[in-house]
Design a protein around this ligand. Structure first.
Ligand code: NAP
Length: 232
């Protein structure tokens, strides 16, 4: 019996998996014997190419409450050991804040900070006992570590994500949720660019190690892909 068909195989829901780090995480968890439900906004050639019986592909835009609710309904029979909200945008990230049109800046905040936490609120009831909820943050979301500036609006959106996730976990503290805000490293993806430090395989392998090692541990941690704790 293939590992992923085994009744004890773990289940992951990876949100924003059409390409980049999300797609890499899907490949990695499948290779580790997990069953994976992966979401895309539009048909993803990368996901379609994986052709694994352990992979289910769903479609949802995290900014669309009706789409997220529809996804929640379609996955009604399932619980997940890992819910990982990976989706994020970096629109006009290189421009100083005053050069980013208000609507563009607000949309980055909606996608990177508001929508992931709203998604978690909707899917909280689908987290299996002993499971973890992981959000893709960034070291750029650290207020304390911001000594170099740049990426102003993106930084603020990830700092907001960190703050909103901590508030979410405190609001649900009776459930002792296992929550991670993850920094994947600076990674060579469309967002990270060709000059970034590490490749997708290094980042997603590290993140999967960190997640598997602390699956279900209560508390809210801000960690990088090597398991190092970051300053808020
Ligand atoms: N690369 C880095 O160095 C780095 C460093 C720190 C943090 N991060 C974070 O890691 C995450 C993934 O980044 P990446 O480097 O893999 O970037 P990427 O290649 O640009 O991929 C971004 C992913 O997010 C999806 N997405 C964007 N908006 C969405 C929405 N409203 N609903 C659903 N999916 C949406 C995209 O889907 P479409 O294909 O439909 O656009 C795509 O799958 C992001 O949260 C990013 O901020 C990246």
């Amino acid at each position: 019996m293939a590992a992923a068909n085994h009744p004890s195989a773990k289940n992951a829901l990876i949100v924003g998996a059409s390409r980049g780090l999300g797609l890499g995480l899907v490949e990695t968890f499948l290779a580790r014997g997990w069953r994976v439900t992966a979401t895309q906004r539009n048909a993803s050639p990368g996901l379609a190419a994986l052709k694994s019986e352990a992979l289910t592909i769903e479609t949802a835009d995290i900014d669309d409450d009706a789409a997220v609710s529809g996804l929640h309904d379609r996955l009604a029979s399932q619980t997940f050991d890992l819910v990982f909200v990976v989706a994020g945008v970096a629109t006009q990230a290189h421009d100083p804040l005053h050069a980013v049109p208000r609507q563009v800046a607000a949309q980055v905040y909606l996608t990177n900070a508001i929508s992931p936490v709203r998604f978690a609120e909707t899917f909280r009831d689908r987290l299996a006992p002993g499971g973890s909820l992981v959000f893709m943050s960034s070291i750029l979301g650290s207020v304390g570590l911001n000594t170099s500036g740049g990426w102003e609006n993106y930084r603020a959106s990830k700092a907001a994500l960190n703050t909103l996730v901590r508030s979410f976990a405190i609001r649900h503290q009776a459930e002792a949720l296992s929550v991670v805000l993850m920094h994947p490293g600076w990674v060579r993806t469309e967002m990270g660019g060709a000059e970034a430090d590490i490749d997708v395989a290094t980042s997603v392998g590290g993140m999967a190690d960190v997640i598997e090692a602390r699956l279900g541990q209560p508390g809210t941690m801000y960690l990088d892909y090597r398991g190092e704790t970051l300053a808020w």
